[in-house]
Design a protein around this ligand. Structure first.
Ligand code: ZN
Ligand code: ZN
Ligand code: FE
Length: 701
């Protein structure tokens, strides 16, 4: 095991005695093309050091060849069309190996022994630049020139197209932002190397570990503006955090040369990332000045993964290229189910035996294109793994696209449809990755944006007593009115006004949220709140963050999802803050009133406290809410384990603070480490809940 290949993972060792077979040699037999399909599908792996050395070695036959790879690196999931994984069932099938590559492929001593995507300039894929075409290395050099001159290129990579421009060029970045209609949403930056990444962001040893890992995710880290080369301010306007990554394919290695590049998904906002050349030509034409294409087809669109680091540990924000479809080990076997996730940051999850296979990131299910991507992912994954799900598991929300799809699919295939509450799934996802026993009950704290509650209101500040088998709502934040649903999420000032009204705070014009709303807006809102028309009660923690961000004047309009909360977190920074008063009220399900918090924020504002101080105190308060709620449940149940889930725990201050407070109080704390705390991890939770329901009905029958 000590000399296992770099990428080998020993998941289990089985030993047994067999009778003498009479065989005299050991051989590895070829796969016959109809195996069980249970062999793990590998994820794409970033360029290894050996290949990088060869790539940059003028004497090597693959010098500057942008598709160099070996058994330790290269594309996998994005080129595999069917299983078992052999070259003929990948998009490399149309590139017959030249004699030199074939010799490596068949030589057990070669680093390219059975490297399915093995290729070289003589036999493999090639790149070209358009307008032109300018072929091969000259196309790469042309791309670098165009980027240097401030132009925007669409570049075909491993999991799809990126739109790229020089990250230090304010005009170019601003133009890309404008063309992509991106608002203020930060762009990710690809640094040429680690030294450059360290000049762009403040990187701890843990950031560096994540950044240089084989998966090469985008790593979120504090922005550094004190050194050259400074990023153009338009890269991450108003945010102290920047997403950095390192080149992960040989093509990127050749493109970044010395300059950091903005590398953003090649799509119009909300659409799936383009993977096909012709599709990119039509869809991205208006967004870029030129293209760098290649002729290796991409099977599934795999966005870059995103990771943040909290308390020295990576917390996944988006689990896609490099991770998908690597299984999450569940620790025990169960029936095969298909879970459809949520409608934002969608992923699907398929269970097979003791493993859960999570798909790549499928985007927000709001457009026909993302819905197509969802359907394609279902077809592709079930075919790859040859799984026939015994049930389809979906969210309780009546209006989700995925819920409608699940209903249809269950009917069509004659399997049960299992419906799971959103926050229960968030907590179950955490339990699943920590391989907790299915009947173990924990205190689940699910804080997030929105999730459909069984009572028809919007949940999201929930204290559950939960296992994979079921849950009880033990407590929640006090509900507040959410006027107009989505419109309030878009305009946090509306939420702020509604929360002020609910807390009994008059709309005084000196409060920034009030000042930011027009006279008409306030009148309409006032009538709406009085009549209760189109007003839904919500307990969502995300809305509380929105309200406070607007009340103290940080954001009155959300340019992208969770922007107000992210700005609030950035504003709090490292400032220590004393929590506002927090209490538990009423019988189970108890309520944690938010009115006193809103009033305390306004009082602080009135006495001239600066936004940083208030933001810090607010974070300390939410930490306190988590701790107080958990303690109340422990008192009545004796449960000493807390699982934290939901998108609000992407917030490093909140996650770190809550974990510390709970540990100090003697709790064992489970947090998301393998799958995102946000809705991207939801399908895993649904899947394990579905398995338990199937098991219990089978037991009853
Ligand atoms: Zn390699
Ligand atoms: Zn070759
Ligand atoms: Fe959620």
């Amino acid at each position: 095991m000590a000399d296992a290949p770099v990428l080998a993972r020993i998941s289990r060792v089985d030993a047994c005695e067999i009778d003498t077979t009479g065989e005299r040699a050991f051989q590895v037999a070829g796969s016959g093309g109809r195996g069980a399909g249970s062999a793990a599908i590998p994820a794409d792996v970033s360029l290894c050091d050996d290949c990088r050395r060869e790539l940059l070695d003028p004497a090597d036959r693959r010098f500057r060849y942008p598709f160099i790879n070996c058994t330790n690196c290269g594309p996998r999931y994005t080129v595999i069309e069917a299983t078992p994984y052999d070259r003929i069932r990948t998009t490399m099938a149309r590139f017959p190996l030249c004699p030199a590559c074939a010799a490596e492929y068949h030589d057990p001593r070669s680093r390219r022994f059975h490297a399915e995507p093995n290729a070289c300039p003589a036999c493999g894929p090639e790149v070209w630049f358009e307008p032109g075409p300018v072929r091969r290395d000259e196309g790469i050099r042309q791309s670098v020139r165009w980027l240097t001159n401030g132009l925007i290129l669409a570049i075909k990579g491993v999991g799809g197209f990126h739109l790229a421009c020089r990250a230090t060029d304010e005009a170019a970045v601003a133009r890309l932002r404008e063309r992509k209609r991106r608002g203020n949403k930060p762009f990710a930056v690809m640094a040429a190397d680690l030294a450059q990444a360290m000049r762009i962001a403040h990187l701890s040893a843990d950031h560096i570990t994540a950044l240089t890992s084989r998966e090469r995710p985008i790593v979120l880290a504090p922005c550094r503006q004190d050194l050259d080369p400074c990023l153009a301010p338009a890269v991450a306007p108003g945010l102290a955090v920047v997403g950095v990554m390192l080149p992960y394919s040989p093509l990127h290695e050749l493109l970044v040369e010395a300059m950091p590049l903005v590398m953003t998904s090649g799509n119009r906002s909300e659409e799936p990332i383009a993977i096909d050349n012709d599709d990119a030509r039509t869809r991205l034409a208006g967004l870029c000045d030129g293209f760098l294409f290649h002729d290796r087809a991409i099977v599934v669109a795999c966005d870059d993964s995103v990771t943040t680091v909290v308390d020295g540990r990576p917390v996944p924000i988006r689990r896609s290229r490099g991770f998908a479809p690597l299984p999450v080990a569940l620790g025990r076997s169960g029936p095969a189910v298909l879970a459809t996730g949520a409608d934002v940051k969608a992923t699907i999850c398929l269970t097979q035996g003791d493993q859960a296979i999570l798909s790549h990131h499928l985007g927000d299910q709001e457009t026909l294109e993302t819905q197509d991507a969802f359907r394609a992912a279902v077809t592709h994954l079930t075919a790859l793994y040859r799984v026939r799900p015994a049930a389809i598991v979906t969210d309780l929300h009546p209006g989700y696209f995925s819920t409608g799809w699940a209903r249809e699919a269950a009917r069509a295939s004659g399997v049960p449809l299992l419906v799971v509450q959103h926050h229960h799934a968030h907590i179950a996802a955490v339990l699943a990755e920590h391989r907790r026993p299915p009947d173990e009950r924990v205190i689940g704290v699910a804080f997030d944006g929105t999730g459909y509650g069984p009572d028809g209101t919007i949940w999201g500040g929930e204290f559950l007593i939960a296992s994979m088998a079921g849950f009880d709502r033990a407590g929640h934040l006090s509900p507040a009115p959410l006027p107009g649903g989505d419109s309030a999420i878009r305009y946090p000032r509306k939420t702020a006004l509604a929360y002020l009204a609910a807390a009994g705070v008059p709309w005084a014009p000196w409060i920034p949220a009030v000042a930011a709303s027009s006279e008409t807006e306030r009148r309409v809102l006032e009538r709406q709140l009085e009549s209760g028309l189109q007003v839904v009660p919500t307990t969502a923690a995300g809305r509380l963050f929105d309200a406070v961000a607007s009340i103290i004047g940080l954001r009155h309009e959300a340019g992208y999802e969770a922007e107000p909360a992210m700005v609030l977190e950035a504003t709090a920074g490292e400032i220590p803050g004393l929590p506002y008063p927090v209490a538990v009220a009423g019988d189970p399900p108890f309520v944690l009133p938010i009115g006193p918090i809103i009033r305390a924020v306004v009082r602080d504002l009135e006495t001239g406290a600066d936004p940083g101080t208030i933001a810090a105190r607010f974070h300390a308060t939410v930490v306190r809410l988590v701790a107080v709620g958990a303690a109340a449940i422990r008192t009545s149940t004796g449960i000493g384990v807390v699982a934290l889930g939901g998108g609000a725990f992407q917030n490093g201050l909140l996650l770190s603070g809550a974990r510390a407070a709970l540990r100090a109080d003697g709790f064992e704390v489970l947090v998301p480490e393998l799958v995102p705390p946000n809705d991207g991890g939801m399908s895993l939770g649904q899947a394990v809940i579905g398995r338990e329901r199937l098991r219990s009905t089978e037991g009853a029958a």
